[in-house]
Each structure stands twice: as structure tokens, then as C-alpha cells.
Write a new protein. Structure first.
Length: 153
């Protein structure tokens, strides 16, 4: 039997991402105004969130920005039991946590984000949620800390 060679090495990596033209205004609005912007197709009127440069249905360039509310509906969710390093903070995310596809009011597509609740008895498709904003916004999707159940509708 051959013994495997094990070498310990710590890597220090730093990443910077360019947001691109179709994402820049979205990120700037999150930071400056706690406002969520989508892009509307001039052909089919579909509103994309997160924004993209081209309509997936009509294949035309998207130029029109529209405000999308910070309330929406859960379309799908999963409870994650494996801890991860949160890429926006670098900190270990406590588990379990819930990820959801949320269709914000005014959008035709869904946004993948964290839900506050992780008790499966309290989660359901169709539940109404509201964004919880960070006090100090930095121009990241993480400026929305998570979504919480909306109880005042």
C-alpha cells in the first residue's frame, strides 16, 4: 500500500468582480436609495430582476429601468443544512438557513436570496415576504440582508 503525500498550504485569495453595464445601475440604486431596479423589455414588457442586457423572450436590448417593490412572493425554497462561507461577508453562515426564489412585486422573474425562517412548518410556496435592508449599504446584493415574512398585508 502506498502512503499518500499530504502537504498543508494556506492560500490567500482576493477577488474583485466587475458588475457590467446592466448591473451597475442596479447596484448603485441598492446602495444609494435602498431601491430595487429591474429592466423592462420594450417588446413583451417582461421585467427582469436581476437586470440583464437582453430579453430572454424577444432577444432585444433592454434599456428601460423600472422600480420593483421590496415585497414579493416565495416561488420556491430550500433549507440548507451544510454551512458555507458567505461570499459577501467572508463569515461562516450559520446552518440551517433557507434560500428562496422570490418574485418581487413588479418583476416577472425571481431573485435568489436568503429567508429569515428555516422552520419547515412555517415555510410555504406563495408566502409573502419583505426585504430587510442592512443599515450600512455597500453596493452589494447583500445590502438586502434577507427576506422576512410579511404579516401586515
Amino acid at each position: 500500500m502506498t502512503e499518500l503525500l499530504k502537504i498543508s498550504h494556506t492560500m490567500h485569495l482576493e477577488w474583485r468582480y466587475g458588475v457590467g453595464a446592466s448591473f451597475h445601475e442596479f447596484i448603485a440604486a441598492l446602495r444609494a436609495r435602498a431601491q430595487i431596479l429591474g429592466r423592462r423589455c420594450p417588446g413583451c414588457q417582461r421585467v427582469y430582476l436581476p437586470p440583464r442586457p437582453v430579453c430572454g423572450n424577444c432577444y432585444v436590448e433592454l434599456r428601460d429601468w423600472v422600480e420593483v417593490r421590496d415585497t414579493g412572493t416565495v416561488r420556491a425554497f430550500t433549507i440548507v443544512h451544510t454551512p458555507i462561507i458567505d461570499p459577501t461577508t467572508g463569515a461562516r453562515r450559520p446552518s440551517p438557513y433557507t434560500m428562496a426564489l422570490i418574485q418581487l412585486d413588479g418583476a416577472d422573474t425571481t431573485l435568489n436570496h436568503y429567508l429569515e425562517a428555516s422552520d419547515p412548518t412555517k415555510l410555504r410556496i406563495g408566502m409573502r415576504v419583505r426585504a430587510v435592508w442592512r443599515a450600512q449599504r455597500m453596493g452589494l446584493l447583500g445590502d438586502i440582508s434577507h427576506f422576512t415574512e410579511l404579516t401586515d398585508e
